[in-house]
Design a protein around this ligand. Structure first.
Ligand SMILES: Cc1cc2nc3c(=O)[nH]c(=O)nc-3n(C[C@H](O)[C@H](O)[C@H](O)COP(=O)(O)OP(=O)(O)OC[C@H]3O[C@@H](n4cnc5c(N)ncnc54)[C@H](O)[C@@H]3O)c2cc1C
Length: 562
């Protein structure tokens, strides 16, 4: 790695260290319903705030033989006692199960606990964070859009509630049932439908795993315009249903732009055939947009058409230390000015988040000395000489104008991965001391870090922060280029006093600044009651009207979103 210190010759060789992850395939967490199931056996105390709690991640290999079993997950109905089952929905009978067996025609397409106990249901009922747990007795795994259509029609006619499920990596409790809703898993619908090597337009089934879609495209010189840590498990359909943001949004934009078409099934079984492969199509309302970020409340996405960008051959990654948030903003401004079209990531990490990453993971940070702020930038282009020249000119500028205090630039893919690990590894380490309250917020960029400072002060004033106190640290990091802050309060366990300081303060603070209480994770169950902080009464009314229009019986993913 090359250092970019001002005092020394501008670019010089720096130490390297072993690399365990890689940027092109970021930290990939694979989970399966079976792994979740194996881990649930004791009762666990949980936080009661709406904050996304720190996931107790299953290891990629699943629970090890002889290991202490992870605590059992509380039922959502116990954590949310005010939720009542909608009495309009029918309870499942053996007759219903018979119908689905005959329809789907194969044993592995129906997982049921109506006629017998079935532990295989557990993984579909529990979410990735191990915070939500439903009581479904039926999982259906159709293998075609026609089957999904017949399932939905039958459910609608018989008032059976349904939760569409992709890779079950969602972070707001949207992907699992609350009561006994049927889980409709798309995992058997996982094929590529078409790819046009000239235009880059890719069409696949909704149940295709994101990493597989990305690998397919990479083999053909393209890439999927979305990248996130759960790529080894999440589905393309789930990504579209949540309008996932991830690590490439700065460069390739939101799925609202790159998704060209959607095939979906409405609750009454109607197949919405809007799988357009056109970049331009101004022929009426853009209905597909309702399914992008609709979180399975309007229909089931069964197919997706998306514009894949060309893979970039020239990638650069640099990591800086900065003395103030003001300098972080200046660096961002300069990065856009100098690197414009090749800038693909500008990630912010405060000193607290980097210290926690370093101490918990035992990894030395790439820079000597401590800095209040760190930034990771990535560029992706097609001409390495040209790009390197631009990046070096940018570095020279930010160093000589004292915007950046210190920095390193990776010399190869392995070093790039090492730098990315400092950003991507934060999430895993924050829960180390017992718990972490997490908020995923959009905030005007100039005020992005103020909330972290204020929250820290509030915890200090209440005597909750420090050695022997409930709060270990209040840290901020995130996709600065997208105005997306991840506010995290690392604690020694779940604590009512801490929760009182957090909410509703966080939501009021964000609401007053016209920010968003959920930048990329969605509403699901956990943010549903707080949508009023980010959406006006008129907008909420319009959303409810749409829900009533598309799903008059309310069978699609009930109790959530709206
Ligand atoms: C380690 C990790 C890192 C993450 N990083 C990011 C990140 O950087 N950015 C980000 O935005 N998110 C991130 N997430 C959250 C999550 O991965 C995304 O929300 C992802 O898009 C969910 O996809 P999924 O297939 O797992 O959907 P699920 O979790 O199965 O479902 C999510 C929601 O979509 C609905 N749904 C799923 N499939 C369909 C379908 N076919 N039709 C209709 N509705 C459907 C479900 O009902 C549910 O409401 C991360 C999660 C983890 C665990």
């Amino acid at each position: 790695m090359k250092s970019v210190r001002r005092a020394s010759p501008l670019l010089k060789q720096l130490r390297t260290s072993p690399i365990h992850s890689r940027r092109h395939n970021p930290v990939v967490i694979r989970i399966s319903p079976q792994q979740c199931r194996r881990q649930s056996s004791q009762t666990q105390q949980k936080a009661t705030t709406s904050a996304t709690s720190e996931p107790h991640q299953p290891s990629p290999e699943g629970a090890k033989e002889g290991a202490t079993p992870a605590p059992r997950i509380k039922y959502t109905t116990d954590s949310y006692p005010k939720l009542q089952r909608d009495s309009r929905f029918k309870e499942l009978t053996e007759e219903h199960v018979r119908y689905f067996r005959d329809l789907l025609g194969s044993d592995n397409a129906v997982v049921e606990g109506v006629t017998q106990d079935n532990p295989d249901l557990d993984g579909y009922n529990a979410d990735w964070m191990r915070k939500f747990r439903g009581k479904s007795k039926l999982v259906l795994l159709p293998n075609s859009t026609e089957q999904v259509s017949k399932v939905m029609k039958y459910c609608n006619d018989n008032m059976l509630a349904v939760v569409p499920q992709g890779g079950n990596t969602g972070l707001v409790g949207g992907s699992v049932p609350v009561f006994d809703e049927i889980v409709l898993s798309l995992s058997r619908m996982n094929s590529v439908r078409s790819f046009d090597e000239i235009s880059g337009i890719f069409v696949c089934d909704a149940g295709m795993i994101l990493e597989q879609a990305d690998n397919y495209l990479r083999e053909r010189g393209y890439l999927f315009p979305l990248d996130l840590g759960a790529k080894g498990s999440c589905h393309v359909g789930g990504n579209v249903a949540t309008n996932a943001g991830g690590l490439r949004l700065l460069r390739y934009g939101s799925l609202h732009g790159s998704v060209l078409g959607v095939e979906a099934v409405l609750p009454d079984g109607t197949i919405v055939d809007d799988l357009s492969k056109l970049r331009k199509n101004n022929t009426g309302y853009d209905i597909k947009q309702l399914f992008i970020g609709g979180e399975g409340t309007l229909g089931v996405i069964t197919g997706v058409s998306i514009l894949a960008p060309q893979e970039c051959t020239a990638v650069n990654v640099a990591y800086f230390g900065l003395s103030s948030f003001e300098n972080v903003q200046r660096a961002f401004r300069e990065a856009k000015k100098h690197l414009g079209e090749i800038l693909s990531a500008f990630e912010l990490m405060d000193g607290g988040s980097q210290n926690m990453f370093s101490s918990v993971s035992g990894t030395s940070l790439p820079l000597e000395g401590k800095h209040p702020f760190y930034v990771l930038i990535e560029t992706r282009g097609s001409n390495s000489d040209h790009d390197a020249e631009k990046v070096e000119a940018f570095l020279e500028h930010v160093m000589s104008s004292e915007i950046v205090s210190d920095g390193v630039m990776a010399q190869d893919g392995a070093q790039q991965a090492e730098l990315w690990r400092c950003r991507e590894g934060i999430t895993e380490t924050l829960g180390h001391h017992g718990g972490v309250y997490k908020y995923d917020l959009s905030i005007p960029i100039t005020q992005l870090y103020d909330l972290v400072v204020e929250m820290k002060q509030r915890m200090q004033d209440k005597g909750l922060l420090g050695e022997g106190k409930p709060v270990v640290d209040v840290v901020g990091y995130g996709h600065m280029g997208d105005g997306n802050l991840h506010l995290n309060i690392a604690t020694r366990g779940w604590d009512k006093e801490v929760e009182k300081v957090l909410e509703p303060f966080v939501y009021e603070w964000v609401g007053e600044r016209q920010g968003s209480i959920s930048a990329e994770h969605g509403l699901g169950l956990s943010k549903k009651d707080y949508v009023g902080y980010s959406k006006s009464a008129t907008m909420i009314k319009l959303m409810k009207q749409l829900k009533d229009l598309y799903d008059p019986n309310g069978i699609m993913n009930p109790y959530k979103y709206i």
